[in-house]
Design a protein around this ligand. Structure first.
Ligand SMILES: NC(=O)c1ccc[n+]([C@@H]2O[C@H](COP(=O)([O-])OP(=O)(O)OC[C@H]3O[C@@H](n4cnc5c(N)ncnc54)[C@H](OP(=O)(O)O)[C@@H]3O)[C@@H](O)[C@H]2O)c1
Length: 321
């Protein structure tokens, strides 16, 4: 697979990230480790976790995904140095809390404490990408960005990134970096199907044109999560989420079906290939629950799409509600 540099001078990564949200909760540890083994073998070495996955599952704390990765690093000597490891902080509930409203947040002391706890669970001494997981408007952006920059100076983060920011907040966060390292990576919700305009998915934020413009001007690498809409492009058992159902949906789905027929990929694979074929690619963070799903995603981003297929998909995507 071709590689992409994160930001202006971050690590080079393959054109997809492996999402590990269910690892250790709804996906057992042996299966999670088998997927990680397969990812390493396939060169899908950009791993995505967070310090709160998946606290909302009954009986879970939010430690599980990072701890499962940490167990895998311990069991596979040398694996840590072969992967680009991204984790996120800020959206983990305080002890005793069960919701995003109780989040530990992104104040300076909270950033330091969460990074130390993540490193302990991951059994490593550094993150390659440290994300601010959600916006924390209760803390001045200068404090949050300054605390993340301090992690770069401390050697615990190679590059910093952010997730789920609106365009004005991203612009303000980039300005808050001053002369220090600024965000190099932006991770937002993104797929081929467009959403109903103005839809509120908070704490999740979609990669819209406004935020994309701000990110492009600053050379941020774009990462898109939930690209497969949990399997809804190809599986009758997975319902298309409500925010993606509007007057343009049928046209967009028809364009995907046409592209699938031309390329021999399935509709979900076309979405992944389209994301990585854009002039400014959006790297998918793909959720996989088996080595076969991982192989399908790797094949999709390695395949690429003919220019005329990309053009047809782009045209259909402008058909709105
Ligand atoms: N920054 C953020 O706020 C944020 C938010 C959400 C997620 N994320 C990251 O993004 C990652 C992916 O998110 P997601 O799980 O919502 O994304 P997704 O990629 O849209 O959905 C993943 C699910 O799609 C199904 N699937 C995968 N490959 C398939 C295939 N070849 N054919 C049919 N179905 C397939 C699987 O469902 P089954 O398991 O049911 O088979 C899989 O669990 C997470 O793990 C996490 O790392 C970040």
């Amino acid at each position: 697979m071709e590689t992409i540099t994160l930001g202006r001078q971050g690590p080079a990564v393959p054109p997809l990230a492996v999402g590990t949200l269910p690892f250790g909760t709804t996906l057992d540890t042996p299966t999670s480790h088998r997927i990680l083994d397969a990812a390493l073998d396939a060169g899908a070495t950009f791993l995505d976790t967070a310090n709160n996955y998946a606290f909302w599952v009954d009986g879970a704390t939010g430690d599980e995904s990072e701890s499962t990765l940490g167990g895998w690093f311990a069991a596979r000597p040398g694996a840590r140095d072969r992967v680009t490891l991204a984790s996120k902080i800020g959206a983990r509930p305080r002890p005793g809390g069960r919701s995003f409203a109780d989040a530990l947040g992104l104040g300076a002391a909270a950033v330091r404490a969460q990074v130390d706890a993540s490193l302990a669970r991951l059994r490593t001494d550094r993150l390659d990408v440290l994300y601010a997981h959600v916006d924390d408007t209760s803390v001045p952006l200068e404090e949050t960005v300054g605390a993340l920059q301090a992690e770069v100076r401390r050697g615990t983060a190679r590059v910093i990134g952010c997730s789920n920011l609106t365009a004005p907040r991203l612009a303000a966060a980039l300005a808050a970096a001053g002369d220090g390292p600024a965000y190099a990576v932006l991770q937002q919700r993104f797929t081929y199907l467009t959403t109903v305009p103005g839809v509120d998915l908070l704490p999740q934020v979609v990669l819209d044109e406004a935020v994309r413009g701000v990110a492009d001007d600053a050379d941020l690498t774009l990462i898109g999560y939930s690209p497969l809409l949990h399997g809804a492009y190809t599986r009758p058992d997975k319902e298309l989420p409500e925010p993606y159902r509007h007057g343009g949906t049928a046209t967009q789905l028809a364009a995907l079906a046409d592209a699938a027929a031309v390329t021999g990929l399935d509709a979900g694979q076309v979405v992944l290939a389209w994301m990585t074929s854009l002039p400014r690619p959006v790297l998918p963070v793909v959720g996989v629950s088996s080595p076969e799903q991982l192989a399908s995603a790797v094949h999709a981003v390695s395949a690429g799409l003919p220019a005329e297929v990309v053009a047809a998909l782009d045209a259909a995507r402008t058909v709105g509600p």
